[in-house]
Design a protein around this ligand. Structure first.
Ligand code: SER
Length: 340
């Protein structure tokens, strides 16, 4: 018999770390953690099984199918926005074809065990594209259906994968004579910039905030690659994990859409610096904007309207900006680097 499991792709990434830590204490299901690289030693648990492999490799996908019965997929593997601009073709392959492979796997699994496969997908504020800073300031809290004109390959990929998820869930093979649902229950979250006290992001454009904080905690100087005035929404990692898990547990009948904005607080890069300085008064933080990366941040909304998530499944962040910095980021990060 194959074992019923939750599959997490991109398990070594920032969200993967947070999710696996969370599951190690509060989930009865077994977890299969898939990543290109061997799973970090810090990630352990009695119910955790790690697999090394590429989501683009059919053999890897088949190996998973042959061993496990998958009921929930957290598809976290992706190439983030800055890195994707250097190799857009590869990014498209990983972000789009990788997601398509997982949707196919979910469809096959749902057919096998006869129950829907929940497919949790972290999307991003990168799906939005505001044309200039004046429009961005006027737009305020952007709603899900507005400004869906991303300027980055990553943003295009995420927006299209949201649509693929909706297609698989609601319109799969709509012309087939033997038409039956795919069994995929796709649920996406458009995350703001995420800040973790425990891990560093790699290859994103919202990375200036966590980079500033982690540099300060290590006593290193930091030159920020966007202007002080560049503003986007952010969220502390525990809230991102909570949002994913809460959306996974939500009753499908309560969901009026397949993709939701979620947000906690909105800060300019200058304000991030002020918060970091409160925690680490000796920090040396300067601004040396990179025009292109700054333009990407300028094209993302200053904040998002997450009222649909609140209404449908009770979304509410635990960490406002003060709590995020004073009760989570500063103490936890301080401990991380003291321990070495
Ligand atoms: N944080 C991501 C990035 O910067 C956006 O989702 O690429």
């Amino acid at each position: 018999m194959r074992k019923p499991v939750i599959l997490i792709t991109g398990a070594n990434g920032e969200i993967g770390h947070g999710l696996i830590e969370y599951f190690s204490t509060s989930e009865t299901h077994d977890i299969v953690a898939l990543d290109l690289k061997p799973l970090d030693d810090s990630l352990t648990g009695p119910n955790l099984r790690s697999m090394q492999g590429d989501i683009l490799d059919d053999h890897v996908m088949q190996r998973i199918v042959s061993e496990f019965e998958i009921h929930v997929i957290y598809h976290l593997a992706a190439m983030l926005s800055t890195r994707a601009e250097y190799t857009p073709d590869v990014a498209h392959d990983v972000n789009v074809n990788g997601t398509l492979n997982l949707l196919k796997l979910a469809t096959e699994q749902a057919r096998w065990h006869g129950t829907p496969v929940k497919f949790l997908f972290p999307s991003s504020i990168a799906v939005y594209g505001l044309p200039d800073v004046a429009t961005k300031a006027d737009a305020g809290k952007v709603r899900e259906r507005d400004w869906n004109v991303p300027t980055t390959m990553y943003g295009c990929n995420k927006l299209y994968c949201e649509q693929l998820g909706r297609y698989y869930s609601d319109h799969f093979r709509q012309l087939a004579a033997d038409r039956s649902p795919s069994g995929v229950d796709f649920r996406g979250l458009r995350f703001p910039g995420l800040i973790s006290a425990k891990t560093m992001p790699a290859g994103g454009t919202s990375d200036f905030a966590p980079e500033m904080l982690h540099a300060a905690a290590q006593g290193q100087p930091y030159a920020c690659f966007v202007e002080q005035s560049a503003r986007i929404p952010f969220m502390a990692m525990p809230d991102a994990i909570k949002a994913l898990v809460d959306l996974a547990h939500a009753d499908v009948k309560q969901l009026s859409r397949r993709v939701y904005n979620v947000s906690s607080f909105s800060l300019s890069a200058g304000e991030v610096r002020e918060m970091v300085l409160k925690a680490f008064p000796q920090a040396e933080i300067t601004f040396e904007p990179d025009r292109q990366r700054n333009n990407i941040v300028d094209s993302w909304p200053a904040d998002v309207d997450d009222s649909a998530a609140t209404k449908d499944w009770g979304w509410k962040p635990d960490y406002d900006v003060r709590r995020a910095f004073e009760e989570y980021l500063a103490p936890t990060i301080g401990e991380k680097y003291r321990q070495g």
